[in-house]
Design a protein around this ligand. Structure first.
Ligand SMILES: N[C@@H](CCC(=O)N[C@@H](CS)C(=O)NCC(=O)O)C(=O)O
Length: 144
């Protein structure tokens, strides 16, 4: 198994924190996303969303999306940590917080970073005023 990542990026850190809690070690491959390596034909063959993290399970089987990767490791690792919850209520609470954090915190923060910094202007249109708007949404989320 190989984990394609940029260790410092938020979505990869999410997986890495999860793997650390589970005590799982996996081979890692650093992807040059700013240089567009994730948009290459070779990466396209493995990834449906062209992002990191990406887990290669075997030559034909790949998983995108940080949360899906965490769920996979949780299922294949013998552990009694119940990081996705144990009871019906706990499972629903984990789901609730994941969705709140993603929709109200992470996505506005991603959008602010991308639109204000323009780091991915080679692959998307950056709108400064939208960046400022979502930056304030993200800042208010941190204070709630
Ligand atoms: N929802 C995805 C988000 C992944 C994502 O946005 N990854 C960023 C780094 S944090 C990326 O690959 N950016 C490169 C690009 O957009 O070209 C997940 O949770 O895995």
């Amino acid at each position: 198994m190989k984990l394609y990542e940029v260790a410092a990026s938020p979505s990869c850190r999410r997986v890495n924190i999860f793997l650390k809690a589970l005590g799982v070690e996996v081979e890692r491959v650093t992807v040059n996303i700013r240089g567009g390596e994730n948009l290459s034909e070779a990466y396209r063959q493995m990834s449906v969303n062209l992002k990191v993290p990406l887990l290669e399970i075997d030559a034909e089987t790949h998983l995108c999306e940080s949360l899906a990767i965490c769920r996979y490791f949780d299922e294949i690792t013998t552990n009694h940590q119940y990081l996705f919850g144990q009871t019906a209520l706990e499972k629903a609470q984990v789901e609730m917080w994941n969705r709140i954090v993603e929709w109200q915190g992470l996505i506005p923060a991603f959008q602010a970073f991308r639109n204000l910094s323009g780091v991915y202007r080679d692959r998307e249109t950056c709108i400064n005023s939208w960046g400022k708007k979502v930056k304030s949404v993200s800042a208010n989320f941190c204070h709630c």
